[in-house]
Each structure stands twice: as C-alpha cells, then as structure tokens.
Ligand binder design. Structure first.
Ligand code: GUN
Length: 305
C-alpha cells in the first residue's frame, strides 16, 4: 500500500498472540466468576490416540491453557492399536458422564479408524471442536452450536482488529471441512455480513478472484502460495497455513511459514497475520471459550430438566 506521499507502507500486523492472550484472560475471568457462583469448574476430556509427537505436543498445549484458565482437563491416552468400537465406547462413556463438559478427540486418528465415525459419536452438546455434523449444520443455518476453533479464531482476529466485514468481499482459498467451509458460513452470518467466495484447486483465474478480496484467507497448505500480485491494496490477509520448509540455518533444520509470501504481501496489504503468531494461537483460545460455553449451556439445560 502507498502512504499519502506515495511511499510503500507496510501492512499492519494482526498480533494473534496478543489477541489470544486477551481472549484467554477473559475466559479465565469468566470461569472464575462461574465457579465463584457455586458451579464446579468446566471440564474438558481430551482423547489422544497413538504416539505422534506433534499431536502429543498440541494436546499438552491445550491442557496447559485449560489449567491457566481455571478449566479442568484430563488427557486420556490410548494405544495406536485401539479398535474403533473401543474408542467409540470410550466416547460414549464420556458422553454419559455428567462431569464432562467438552470432549476433544485429537486428530489425525490411526488409519484403521474412521475419523468421521468417531466424531459422530461425540454428543453435539459436548463437541467443543465443532466437528460433529450437527455442529456444522447448525452453523450453516445460523442456529446455536459450537463453531470450530480456527474459523472462530479468524473472525475474532478480524473483529478485535476492527476490520470492517459488513458487505465486504471475503475470498477464502481452500474448501476444507475444518477451515474453508465453516469459515464461509461464519462470514455469511448476519452481523458479519460478508459476501463470500470460496476458491479451490479447480478454480479458474484464482489470482483474479483473490485480487477482488477485501479480506483474503489462505488455507491451502502451500508455502508462499499467495503472492503480492494476488492482493488488492489495503486488503486484510489472513494466513492459516503452517508449512515446514527446509532451513539449514535453524537447529531443527526447518522453519515454519504460512501460505502467504509474507514479505511481498505485507507491502501491499492493509493488514496481515504472521506465521507463527497469527491464527495459530487463536485456536487454543477459542477451544477454551467453547469449553466454558459448554459448561454453561449444559448447566442451563440441567436446570430446565
Ligand atoms: N489436530 C490438529 N488440529 C486439531 C484440532 O483443532 N482439533 C482436533 N481434535 N485435532 C486436531
């Protein structure tokens, strides 16, 4: 973007770390009030199957964040060899356990397990990941239900950065069930009111469509896919990608980059999220929010029964 003197002006950084800290401390305060009002703390059950180090690390991060927010959680670990029926039996027990508010099954699951069947087994009122078809359907028709963490986190970033969405054109690159499709539905909601276009691998003239975006979201998993020539000057660019690229200068031999060519695009965009430190930190914050909401809405239903 150019400033009033025609000089290149760098995009404003959307600080996901700071915004996630703010959401997490709000959830912690609300949780404290909830327990001070005589309720037990919210409880999240996390199911981790197998020994994938990345999944184990994500789960540790979620458990730590729960603890910091005053939310109780346990991680239930099972061997990779667990039979699908046994896993579904475990979820059924958690569904029936009144002390459990939220259930999260860390994905991916081993190849012999059908992820969809396991997700369908979670009671929708405990589906804090928002992956159950009932949650996805509720989002689509504007009914109450859990919204998955990444799309919810993106909308939180836009709102807290005071980026106008009403009547604006949002272009989402990527049609996944966990980001592209739910985000499209969320941005269409009344009150957010975007005009939404979803692009994918078969889209014709993707750069031309991307250039029409007031808000451009990249969620395709290809390092540096969005380049400066695909961005309208002043647009808000949200980078959901987390890609490893080889980097011998780093001790671990790689670095993480997004789907957006950050250096180039930040010369054109009005706002941009970094990777890491943009969308990523928001996902845990929104999981905490969903878990507190699950505890509240379950307590309300129990009262009404
Ligand atoms: N694996 C990677 N991200 C996620 C997530 O948000 N939820 C679950 N359940 N598994 C994941």
């Amino acid at each position: 973007m150019l400033d009033d003197n025609g000089h290149a002006k760098l995009a404003k950084l959307i600080d996901g770390k700071a915004i996630s800290r703010a959401v997490r401390s709000e959830v912690a305060e609300e949780t404290q009030r909830w327990t001070q009002d005589g309720h037990r703390p919210p409880y999240l059950a996390v199911v981790l199957v197998g020994d994938d180090p990345a999944s184990a690390s994500y789960v540790r991060g979620k458990a730590r964040a729960c603890g910091e927010a005053g939310i109780n959680s346990d991680t239930i670990t099972r061997d990779t060899s667990i039979a699908q029926d046994e896993l579904i039996g475990l979820i059924s027990d958690l569904n029936d356990d009144d002390g459990v508010d939220g259930i999260l099954v860390q994905l991916p699951l081993p190849d012999h397990v059908d992820d969809d069947a396991v997700i369908r087994a979670i009671a929708p009122e405990k589906d804090v990941d928002g992956f159950h078809p009932a949650s996805a359907g509720a989002l689509m028709i504007g009914q109450p239900g859990f919204v998955s963490a990444t799309p919810a986190g993106i909308v939180e970033l836009l709102e807290r950065s005071e980026i106008e969405t009403r009547g604006k054109h949002a272009v989402i690159i990527g049609r996944s069930n966990i980001v592209g499709k739910p985000l499209a539905n969320l941005l269409l909601r009344r009150g957010i009111d975007c005009t939404v276009t979803v692009c994918h691998s078969r889209t014709q003239d993707l750069p031309g469509i991307a250039r029409q975006a007031d808000t451009l979201v990249a969620a395709i998993g290809r390092a540096g896919f969005v380049t400066a020539d695909m961005v309208k000057p002043g647009a808000a660019v949200i980078d959901v990608g987390i890609n490893r690229v080889d980097d011998s200068s780093r001790e671990r031999g790689y670095r993480l980059v997004g789907d957006v060519d950050f250096d180039g695009v930040s010369q054109v965009a009005g706002y941009i999220t970094p990777v890491p430190g943009g969308v990523g930190p928001m996902t845990i914050a929104m999981l905490l929010r969903n878990t507190l909401d699950a505890a509240r809405s379950r307590a309300q239903v129990a009262l009404a029964d």
